[in-house]
Design a protein around this ligand. Structure first.
Ligand code: GDP
Ligand code: MG
Length: 162
């Protein structure tokens, strides 16, 4: 079994963008599974010397029925399976109520967590980056998944935990 890293956070913070960045060209998608986990994506990848199973979560669209309940269940299942949780917020939006809900799921799991504040490519993210400290999940790593900034720091944090 390789080291499993689940990327967790509310919709739209950039989880799938970060997943694609980290998986890169070594991306090998596992078939979608039926039912609860049908929206989940997994990739086997190497981060430094560590063999990692990367799990993307909650690829759900607004308007899906039972959205909140299903997202929650899917996220809880991914956290339970993970050796490390990579928790993501959108620093431009700041920390909002649903970030707190997802953060509480992570905290109550007791799993090791790396906190990353995404969309930090511009000054609009400064306030949100500081708000992220208050989540109680450690020091946030400023990143931009879309622009490829801070990805090395995320990789190092994963390697350190692996
Ligand atoms: P997910 O719902 O958490 O998987 O989020 P996505 O990866 O689908 O990204 C949601 C939106 O945020 C998309 O429009 C992305 O292009 C955008 N996005 C992702 N990363 C960044 C980033 O680093 N900076 C900015 N400005 N936008 C981003
Ligand atoms: Mg997604």
């Amino acid at each position: 079994m390789s080291f499993t890293v689940a990327i967790v956070g509310r919709p739209n913070v950039g989880k799938s963008t970060l997943f694609n960045r980290l998986a890169g060209r070594r991306l090998a998608l596992v078939d979608d599974q039926p039912g609860l986990t049908r929206d989940r994506r997994e990739a086997e990848t190497e981060i430094g010397t560590c063999e990692v199973t990367l799990v993307d979560t909650a690829g759900l669209e607004p308007g899906d029925t039972g959205l909140t309940a299903r997202m929650r269940e899917q996220t809880e299942a991914a956290i339970a399976q993970a050796d490390l949780v990579l928790f993501l917020i959108d620093a431009r939006a700041g920390v909002i109520a649903s970030d707190e809900i997802f953060a509480e799921l992570v905290r109550s799991s007791g799993k090791p967590v790396v906190l990353a504040a995404n969309k930090c490519e511009g000054r609009a993210a400064e306030a949100g980056l500081y708000e992220a400290f208050a989540l109680g999940l450690g020091e946030p790593l400023p990143i931009s998944a879309e622009h490829g900034l801070g990805i090395g720091d995320v990789s190092v944090a994963i390697e350190d935990a692996c």
